[in-house]
Design a protein around this ligand. Structure first.
Ligand code: 5AD
Ligand code: SF4
Length: 437
């Protein structure tokens, strides 16, 4: 039996793609090994969202090359799609280059590799199919990802994703809901609905569900206790989604709504198609819906032409929303993207300065916000145990990490739900003690 090894970088979509690729390989008769050295076939699932992520790919490929003479190398994912056949020139030991829109042809591509073909490609973005596999090897026994939509039709000026993942393709609601029911039957209690922009989900079947309707239906699947979704685009984020969350506690009270900037001028140059006010209206729906929804976001600093006043507007948005967590990045030039042709690209030092200020500003907000949790009792799903601290690692519905002590015996808690009283809070996590029931 041929042995394969896979390494994965990037977002949750990529992590889940790897799970599906693994399922596909196993059903084609391959077996997975844990180290690169033991493999005949090496898969490398790549990310190209920022320049740094991409650099890593070529460094890693060089390491692989030195260490593995008789192996077959496959580069898949976003760098594969973006660089295409150029990868064969830069890394001649690679035999397969394929982007995510071609994974539904993976079995055929494997046959070609087996036949000794040294230049196998899957680079067409011209597909209306999604990558559904009869078998997906899932990494986590308690929480599972479900893809509902692939690709992206937005054209944010900085973003490479429309070029690496192709146009939007939604799965039918029936196949999504069947997968959720199968997962529940297997013992999964938490699912995360995935897509580059889940809000633009459009059921291609006659049921014709929109995202809010799919979310509502997923919330009715017996056995599911927590449903999350990521990621959202403010333009397509409707009040109906908030109403669905307000009505059903199975739909988690956490929404990740990337804003990118607090300045209307920058938002407009980013081609984000909403204003700060329109974004704030969505935040207000959530703050006034009757459930305590945790809010997280993404920011890009140093977008071309971002003035000091634009940056101040971003800081004031942090204060206005009071996010529970923020992911922030320095703008990075990406091939093919509209932002390349903008003037006033900023130097790295200034981008770094702004990033540090933003992160410190947000840190203070999180210290303040999390302090408000001390004394509260929260339900967590237990994810692990930290031997060094003797604490269990839990996650709240709001997606906050809550580490806790559990005094009664050494029973296995991982995958279970338990209630915890919060006793301490830091900027990035909470700590507490389990409440005896
Ligand atoms: N430069 C920096 N950050 C980027 N992101 C996407 N493209 C770029 C880029 N070219 C960030 C956005 C997005 C997150 C996933 O990555 O904030 O929401
Ligand atoms: Fe990276 Fe974007 Fe591709 Fe995800 S979709 S792997 S974040 S480039």
């Amino acid at each position: 039996m041929k042995k394969f090894y896979i390494e994965t970088f990037g977002c949750q979509m990529n992590a889940h793609d790897s799970e599906k690729v693994i399922g596909n390989l196993i059903s084609d008769g391959y077996s997975q090994v844990e180290t690169f050295e033991d493999a005949d076939l090496v898969f490398y699932n790549t990310c190209s969202i920022r320049d740094k992520a991409e650099q890593k790919v070529f460094n890693r490929l060089q390491n692989f090359r030195k260490a593995g003479k008789d192996k077959i190398f496959a580069v898949i994912g976003c760098v594969a799609q973006q660089e295409g056949e150029k990868i064969f020139e830069k890394a001649p030991h690679v035999s397969l280059v394929a982007g995510s829109a071609s994974y539904n042809k993976l079995s055929q591509m494997l046959v070609q590799l087996e036949a000794g073909n040294k230049r196998v490609t899957g680079l067409s973005l011209d597909t209306d199919e999604t990558f559904d596999t009869p078998m997906t090897r899932r990494d986590n026994p308690h929480r599972a990802y479900i893809t509902i939509i692939e690709g992206c039709d937005k054209n944010c000026a900085y973003c490479v994703v429309p070029f690496t993942r192709g146009p939007e393709r939604s799965r039918t609601s029936e196949s999504v809901l069947n997968e959720a029911s199968e997962l529940a039957a297997m013992g999964y209690t938490e699912i995360q609905l995935l897509g580059q922009n889940v809000n633009s989900y459009r059921d291609p079947s006659p049921a014709g569900m929109n995202f809010a309707q799919l979310l509502r239906a997923a919330g009715q699947v017996p056995g599911m206790r927590r449903i999350r979704f990521t990621t959202s685009h403010p333009k397509d984020f409707t009040k109906e989604i908030v109403d669905a969350i307000a009505e059903n506690p199975v739909l988690c009270n956490h929404v990740h709504l990337p804003v990118q900037s607090g300045s209307n001028e920058v938002l407009s140059r980013m081609l984000r198609s909403y204003t700060r006010d329109e974004y704030m209206r969505r935040i207000d729906w959530m703050k006034n819906c009757g459930r305590d929804i945790a809010l997280t976001t993404d920011f890009i600093v140093g977008f071309p032409g971002e003035t000091e006043a634009d940056f101040e507007a971003t800081l004031s948005l942090l204060d206005e929303v009071e996010y529970d967590a923020v992911f922030s990045f320095k703008y990075s030039k990406r091939p093919n993207t509209p932002a390349l042709s903008l003037s006033d690209h900023m130097d790295e030092t200034e981008k770094s300065r702004r990033l540090t200020i933003l992160q410190e500003h947000q840190r203070q907000i999180q210290i303040r916000r999390n302090a408000g949790y001390v004394g509260r009792v929260e339900e967590v799903m237990v994810e692990g145990f930290n031997k060094a601290t003797g604490q269990w690692i839990g996650r709240t519905g709001q997606n906050k990490t809550l580490n806790f002590l559990h005094h009664s015996g050494d029973e296995e808690l991982v995958g279970k739900y338990t209630t915890v009283r919060v006793t301490r809070a830091g900027p990035n996590s909470l700590a507490g003690e389990s409440v005896s029931q």
